[in-house]
Design a protein around this ligand. Structure first.
Ligand code: SF4
Length: 359
């Protein structure tokens, strides 16, 4: 069953109704009743820091222990892949890695599936360049590392005369879905969601008005009102831009002697337009239910990582096919969010999991 609506959800849902926008309860992978050996959520909030009682789904304590129990899976923690090896026919044949003590091992393999997501997966493929594949593995298209996407983000936090206690809730109790569709009359392409989200106090103090009145009375007054706040995280489709990419640093190396990744990402003009639309709609919604102050939070420095080994019909346009199998080497797979061709408006984890299960 769904979670019971929190006061944070109720405030937003009422505001959405008053401005004619659609608000839905979020589908959360959090138990509302004991299930699968894990307890029901105690609604203590702050799930972003992890769930101590295990009510929230996580591969760490759900799928991985079950997989280990089959005897078919072995986790070798604290290991770092140094390179993926291939044979004279151009098929991958194993993985050279360093264990937690720095000792190197070669694990032979019939199939290799990389799952380091948008930064480490392309880095691994690029760092595995050889005489046969001088531009890195699976990179005949030149697309490995290209089209790095996050999400268009930002935040909007409102203060009210009466308490909301937004933290007495699962972390995203609902979503304003009104602006998910592609409607260029809004002044931007693609869509976004307003995810109801209580940030923790340290996050809030870091993100409220940095560079403006990031210190002092105004910030302190807002933080004192923490229990009188309601707010959103903006999550919108980020355009795939080829020049936003992951490349290898020409000289800097990590402790294993591998070139470190260089992450290049700039806003598309569409991001700015989308964010401004979201700020305006959020303000309108919160003021409709009596907010006396609404603060726009800037985009966070990091968000969901997607793209960089994109899926494509034809080998010339991308890195993997519809099954996550690399176009160039048929026993090499990509099993993570780097396969994404676009970022959508939605958090990517469940799509990543679905793609992996399908693979
Ligand atoms: S509110 Fe979040 S962290 Fe707390 S029990 Fe529920 S899922 Fe776990």
């Amino acid at each position: 069953p769904f979670h019971k609506p929190s006061s944070h959800y109720k405030v937003v849902a009422e505001g959405a109704k008053r401005v004619g926008a659609q608000c839905e309860k979020a589908h959360l992978a959090i138990n509302t009743e004991a299930r699968d050996g894990r307890p029901a959520c105690q609604v203590a909030g702050f799930c972003m820091q992890g769930c101590r009682i295990g009510a929230k789904w996580s591969t760490m304590y759900t799928e991985i222990p079950k997989a280990e129990a089959t005897g078919n899976v072995e986790v070798r923690p604290e290991s770092m892949v140094l390179r993926i090896e291939h044979d004279a026919n151009g098929k991958v044949s194993g993985v050279l890695y360093a264990d937690g003590n720095g000792n190197q091992h070669l694990q032979k393999a019939r199939v290799v599936a990389v799952a380091g997501n948008s930064i480490e997966s392309p880095r691994m493929l690029l760092n595995s360049a050889s005489n046969m594949f001088p531009n890195g593995l699976a990179n005949s298209s030149g697309q490995v590392g290209q089209n790095y996407m996050t999400h268009t983000t930002g935040g909007s936090y409102a203060e009210f005369e009466k308490p909301v206690h937004m933290y007495k809730s699962t972390v995203v109790p609902g979503i304003v879905t009104e602006y998910q569709n592609n409607d260029p009359t809004r002044g931007h392409l693609a869509g976004y969601e307003l995810e109801i989200l209580h940030l923790g106090l340290p996050f809030m103090s870091a993100f409220m008005n940095p560079g403006k009145s990031g210190w002092g009375r105004e910030l302190a007054a807002s933080l004192e009102n923490y229990d009188h706040m309601a707010g959103f995280w903006i999550c919108g489709e980020d355009m795939a831009v080829e020049s936003n990419n992951i490349t290898l640093h020409p000289t800097e190396k990590d402790q294993y002697g591998l070139p470190v990744p260089v992450v290049y990402k700039t806003d598309h003009i569409n991001d700015t337009r989308m964010r401004n639309h979201a700020y305006a709609r959020s303000k309108e919604l919160f003021e409709s239910v009596g907010a006396y102050k609404v603060t726009d939070l800037p985009p966070y420095p990091a968000s969901h990582n997607m793209g960089t080994n994109r899926m494509s019909e034809h080998a010339r346009d991308g890195v993997v096919n519809r099954w996550g199998q690399s176009h160039d080497i048929d026993n090499l797979f990509v099993s993570d969010g780097s396969q994404f061709t676009s970022s959508g408006t939605e958090n990517p984890t469940l799509t990543i999991v679905a793609l992996a299960i399908r693979q």
